[in-house]
Design a protein around this ligand. Structure first.
Ligand code: BES
Ligand code: ZN
Ligand code: ZN
Length: 487
């Protein structure tokens, strides 16, 4: 979808307009007729928060900035306000609108635009009925406090989220592991990061045996994609490494899922799509960081040679795993990618994975469960970014005792830990392959929604992209302010 935000110096009086305002705002300068203005004042006096005026040749939509709750809650409310406006924009078939910053609150305008942009996403490429979907094309912004650059960055961010959503919404018959790696190449070409793809032969030579084991049951080869954004002005010496689970379809393998649980399993590569989306946004915004993305990819299927419960696999780092359940495949492929990441001596590794149903059972489709070994200081930053973007992150413990639950009688560990604490034992398993600052994000609850949820939509949400871009931006500000202090 093509969405464009353009800053304008003059309001186009013929174009339908959204006014974002505080409740005390004065509308006398906004060329409403006397009757319209009187109506507006009456509605405001009655504490209406959404006021619509039909002037026949155009509409005016006045939306008040919420004034209750913490700052991040207010941002979320205004994103939702934007989403609620979309049915009216569609109904009235606007091709362009002007958004006016009445109360000089550029931060609120940005949040509104973000909510609006995200709400306009649709995945309709396989819908053969023509012109079914309305597309708002141009959004003109009248606000002194917002720069062209900020608007361009927001466009890039939304595009990145849409790329990520598109990949997740693609079914397996359109996107196998090879096609996923090709999609990353295309993202790299479009935004400027470099991409290398390991084929099955290379994967075998590197002994990514976890990835190969999951792939035994597939007719399609696995891939391992390395994305790299290393600008000359990078302010970090050691790279940030992002790792994404790329299970393009999860049948469960020999431990086959019941079909009711299999329905949405094309979304089991959402972690990979998140990593691709983050890389795309970072490169498109030209952020001054060295960031890498690693994606092991395969489908998890049943076939004559499929791996079975009881198998013992010697992983890339030499540790052995007894397979108890072939449906715990995500950790098998992530483990190899995580141990491979060690060679980069990373500043921080963040992995994204639709790893466990247990995470969904624990918190429902409201947030991300995180586990890892990073310092409180860094975690607080991630948590703050979670609030800013409303992709909230909740920490779970990685206590030593959970390790007991994945002890094997015959190998170094087993790949499942029983019914209790499933999201935790999964991360405990991954911990065996990590030797650097690391945070694991179990995005299973939030990556693919069964029910429509405001601007997050239905189906793929693109979760994690906005979160990490916010995190990187905070990090920049931090570093820059430190440099200023030194100078
Ligand atoms: N891909 C699933 C997790 C999942 C479930 C993601 C629902 C999104 C929605 C994962 O590979 C899986 O099957 N996990 C098992 C682990 C179990 C066998 C220990 C699970 O959570 O049931
Ligand atoms: Zn599974
Ligand atoms: Zn899975």
């Amino acid at each position: 979808m093509k969405l464009s935000f353009n800053k304008v110096q003059e309001r186009d009086l013929d174009v339908s307009t959204v006014y974002i305002a505080e409740k005390e705002a004065d509308f006398s300068d906004y060329s409403f007729t006397t009757t319209e203005h009187e109506y507006l004042k009456r509605q405001l006096a009655q504490e209406k928060k959404a006021i619509d005026i039909n002037s026949y040749f155009k509409w005016s939509y006045v939306r008040l900035i919420p004034d209750e709750g913490e700052q991040y809650i207010i941002y979320e409310k205004i994103r939702k306000t934007a989403c609620q406006l979309v049915p009216q924009l569609k109904e009235n078939q606007h091709q362009a609108i002007v958004v006016v910053d009445v109360s000089n609150r550029p931060d609120m305008i940005m949040a509104f635009l973000e909510g609006l942009g995200l709400s306009l996403y649709s995945f309709d490429k396989y819908d053969t009925k023509e012109d079914k979907n309305y597309k708002l094309l141009e959004i003109k912004i009248f606000s002194e406090g917002i720069s062209e650059e900020e608007l361009q960055n927001l466009e890039s961010l939304l595009k990145a989220v849409f790329k990520s959503r598109d990949l997740v919404n693609e079914p397996l018959n359109k996107l196998n592991a090879v096609e996923l790696s090709q999609a990353f190449k295309n993202l790299g070409k479009e935004s400027g990061f470099s991409v290398e793809v390991f084929n099955k032969k290379k994967i075998e030579s590197l002994k990514f045996n976890g990835l190969l084991a999951v792939n035994y049951g597939s007719v399609d080869p696995p891939t391992f994609t390395i994305m790299d954004w290393n600008p000359s002005n990078a302010i970090n010496n050691k790279p940030f490494v992002l790792v994404g689970k790329g299970v393009v379809y999860d049948t469960g393998g020999m431990s086959l899922k019941p079909s009711s649980s299999m329905n949405d399993m094309k979304s089991d590569m959402a972690g990979a799509a998140t990593v691709g989306g983050i890389m795309y946004a970072i490169a498109a915004m030209n952020l001054p960081y060295h960031v890498m993305g690693l994606v092991p990819a395969t489908d998890n299927r049943v076939d004559g040679n499929a791996y079975v419960p009881g198998d013992v696999i010697k992983m890339h780092n030499g540790k052995t795993v007894e397979v108890i359940n072939t449906d715990a495949e995500g950790r098998m492929i992530l483990a190899d990618a995580l141990s491979f990441a060690q060679q980069y001596d990373p500043e921080l590794v963040v992995d994204f994975a639709t790893l466990t149903g247990s995470a969904s059972v624990a918190i429902g489709p409201m947030g991300i469960i995180s586990l890892g070994n990073i310092s409180q200081k860094i975690f607080k930053k991630i948590e703050a970014s979670g609030k800013n973007t409303y992709e909230r992150v909740v920490p779970f413990p990685l206590w030593e005792e959970y390790g007991e639950m994945i002890k094997s009688d015959i190998a170094d560990m087993k790949n499942v830990g029983g019914r209790d604490a499933g999201a935790i034992t999964a991360a405990k398993f991954l911990e065996n392959f990590v030797d650097y600052p690391w945070i694991h994000m179990d995005i299973a609850p939030y990556a693919y929604l069964e029910k429509f949820d405001s601007y997050r939509g239905k189906g793929a949400t693109g979760v994690g992209v906005r979160l990490m871009i916010d995190f990187f931006k905070q990090y920049t500000n931090d570093v820059i302010s430190k440099q200023n202090l030194v100078e």
